[in-house]
Structure formats: C-alpha cells, structure tokens
Design a protein around this ligand. Structure first.
Ligand code: NAD
Length: 391
C-alpha cells in the first residue's frame, strides 16, 4: 500500500512506499521522463534492497493536458499536488496568447512555493568557461513570491500610471521621476515575513548539509528599505532563531552587494556555500552560476515551501522543440532534480547513487549531444550507461 507524504509536527513523514506525483512535461519531456524514472527506481532499489519503492502517479499539465482535457493546468492537478505534497516535472510549453502567463509561475503561486532552490556544482568532464570550475559549489535560495515576481506594473501612457504618478508627485511629494509623462512604473514589494522565511530555509538547508556559511545577496546600498530590508531582516532572523549555532561557530551569516557577488562568483567562488537572494538578483545569479560550471542545460531546481512541505522539483530547461521526440535530449536536469527530491525525502543514499552515476558517466566521456564535441549518445544510450553503474 502506498501512502501520501505528510507533514507532522513540522517534519516531513515519508513511508517506504510514498506516492510521488509527476508531470511528464512537453517537448523533450517525453524523451527524458521515462528514462529518468528508470534511473530513480534503479537507484532506490539498489540503495534499499527493495525495502523502499516510489509509487509514481502522473498528473497532467501543459500541452499534453490541453490536448487531453482542454485545460493547461487542470484543477485536479493542483489538488493532487496539494494533497501529495511532492511533485517532479518536466518542462512545460507556455500557452501562447491569453490565459495563464506561465504555468510554472502559476504552480509556484498557487502553492506558495517561496524558495527556488538551485544547487550549482561542477561535474568533471563538462566544458566550462572557468579555469577552475570545481571551486564552484554553491546552493542558491532565490525568493519566489515577491519583488518583481509580483508583476505589479503599469504601462506608460495608461490612465493607471497617470493616477499613480499624480499620487506620487502630489501626495507623496516625490519629484524624482525624470520623465513623468512617458514613464511606466513597476513596484517591488519585499516584506519581513517573505525575506525571513526564505533566509530561514537557506539556513536550515546549510545546517542540514553540514555547511556553515549563508550569504545574503542584496542591493541595499541603493534601495535601503526593500533590498536593505532583506539584508537587515535576514540578519535579525539569524540572531533571533539561530543564536546557538552562531555562538558555536556552526553558522556564519554574512552579506554582499549583488554586483560584487556576480564578480566574486567568477573570481572567488569558494567564498560561498549557501546564498539567499531576492527574486530579481536570484534570477541573474542562477543563470550566471549555472553557466560558469558549464551546466546551464543540466542544472537542477526545486520550488519549495518548507512550512507546508510542498515541493516541486523540475527540469530547469525548456521543451527544446527542435529535438523533441528524437531521443536526443539530455536527461541530467530532471535527474539531478530527482536527486534533490530523494534527498528532500530523506532518501539520501538513493540521491547519492543518482548523482554518482552521472559523475561516472561523465568521467568516461559519455555525454548526450548537447555536451559532446561529437555526435554524443542518445537519451536512452546515456540512460543505459547510468543504469550500468548500479550493477
Ligand atoms: P529551451 O530550454 O527549450 O531551449 C534552449 C536550447 O537548449 C535549445 O537549443 C535546446 O535544444 C537546448 N536544450 C534544452 N533542454 C535540453 C536538453 N534536455 N537536452 C539537450 N538540449 C536541450 O528554451 P526555449 O527554446 O527558450 O523554450 C522552448 C519552450 O520551453 C517555450 O515554450 C518556453 O516557454 C518553454 N520553457 C519552459 C520551461 C519550464 O517549463 N521550466 C523553461 C524554459 C522554457
């Protein structure tokens, strides 16, 4: 009998036969997902000698869902993820014109998945633009619900923006808008709760993984109350909730200005272990860091609410329509996201096996075409190499 994962007394409870919900994904989703599922099952089997097994349950989203149900994101899918807590997904095609702006953003908002987590590490054998890419081993915690992600903005010339500019000039005595007649205006809210729950997740993750350093990345030198607030509230949270760990030297919290951070990750990446960022800064840093280990196409990601236990693990690339259905796609992004998921479930041994199988394949110069100088292996040939490491 399989069971739903639950949260009890703030702790995630997973039985030996948990239900895990998956969304296959569009485009290359159908190439990578079945292969990834084989690797997860083999890793779990090997790690626990058949004691544990995942009960995979498919839910629909994206184009596959639209074709079958007429809906891009059916209510049943949201209900299932809400009830089962943990899900993993392939890439989703974004509907063009009207309706939902982005299915990924809709899922994150609906479940209040406030932390976008991106571990960035180097795999030996992968081509990187850095001389010493192995020095980069940084986990990003990017805030997922505030800042520019709220999408609050008004277009230049609209009645709404005219009203807002009038309010700013006449009620708030704000005379700094250089071209009031032709400005669009955007608003970025950053709150104490939003900042502190993100920083708390980053610190808990660091302590759980035996890491000591959490760095708050911000632009507080320019925006004192939003970006500067993120920094200030982050430090306050650390002092209030983690004073013992700070006093014992098990935890160090520091901060850095975002532009210097982008410089330092190239020059001294070993300075950082876990970093917490506001939404926009986190967006830039995620892609920059992934690129510097050569892993933009293979980087894993998760969107998590540590308070409710809801988590969606995902391939971070898109649907790659030009290679979809050709058995050419690289499954590593969804595989490494699955390794994060296994680790989140407390199944670290299985997570390590997935990661080690990829390390082993790369070290034997086994790559899919995107990472290869020649033709490369097909998705299923590459998967067979991974599976052979479990024997
Ligand atoms: P993309 O990531 O699909 O493709 C960018 C490049 O990377 C292409 O050359 C593609 O062939 C390659 N690529 C991507 N994944 C690969 C893989 N697993 N193996 C080998 N090569 C791979 O980005 P795009 O072209 O900007 O977007 C295509 C579609 O995907 C759009 O509909 C977009 O909205 C959607 N998208 C979805 C997500 C998501 O669901 N997380 C993310 C980005 C884009």
């Amino acid at each position: 009998m399989s069971d739903k994962p639950i949260v009890e007394n703030g702790q995630l409870q997973i039985t030996d036969n948990p239900i895990i919900v998956y969304i296959e994904g569009d485009g290359v989703g159908k190439d990578i997902w079945p292969n990834a599922q084989k690797v997860f099952d083999a890793a779990v089997l090997k790690a626990y000698n058949g004691q544990k097994k995942i009960d995979w349950q498919e839910v629909l989203a994206g184009k596959k869902s639209f074709d079958q149900t007429g809906q891009w994101l059916p209510d049943d899918t949201l209900i299932s993820i809400k009830e089962n807590l943990i899900a993993i997904k392939g890439p989703l095609e974004t509907p063009i014109g009207g309706g939902i702006r982005s299915l990924n953003v809709a899922l994150r908002q609906e479940l209040d998945l406030y932390a976008c987590v991106r571990p960035v590490r180097y795999f030996k054998g992968v081509i990187s633009p850095l001389k010493n890419p192995e020095n980069t081993d940084i986990t990003i915690f990017r805030e997922n619900t505030e800042d520019i992600y709220t999408g609050i903005e008004w277009e230049a010339g609209s009645n709404e923006v005219a009203k807002l500019i009038d309010f700013l000039q006449n009620e708030m005595q704000m005379q700094k808008i250089r071209f009031p007649e032709t400005s669009s205006i955007g608003i970025k809210p950053i709150s104490i709760e939003g900042s502190q729950r993100l920083v708390s997740s980053a610190i808990d993750y660091a302590l759980d993984k035996g890491l000591r350093k959490v760095t708050l990345v911000h632009k507080g030198n320019i925006q004192k109350f939003t970006e500067g607030g993120f920094r200030k509230w982050g430090y306050e949270l650390a002092q209030q909730e983690y004073s013992t760990e700070l006093a014992q030297g098990k935890l160090i919290v520091d901060d850095i200005i975002a532009d210097n951070f982008l410089q330092q990750i190239l020059l001294n990446p070993q300075r950082f272990e876990v970093v917490a960022l506001t939404n926009l800064n986190g967006d830039y840093a995620s892609d920059a860091l992934a690129a510097q280990v050569g892993g933009i196409g293979i980087s894993p990601g998760a969107n998590i609410n540590d308070q409710t236990g809801h988590a969606i693990f995902e391939a971070t690339h898109g649907t790659a329509p030009e290679i979809a259905g050709k058995n050419l796609a690289n499954p590593c992004s969804v595989l490494l996201s699955g390794a994060m998921m296994l680790s989140y479930m407390g199944w670290q041994e299985a997570a390590d096996l997935v990661e080690k199988s990829i390390e082993a394949a790369f070290s034997q110069s086994c790559f899919t075409a995107d990472l290869s100088e020649g033709d490369g292996l097909t998705t299923s040939q590459f998967t067979d190499v991974l599976l052979s490491t479990f024997k």
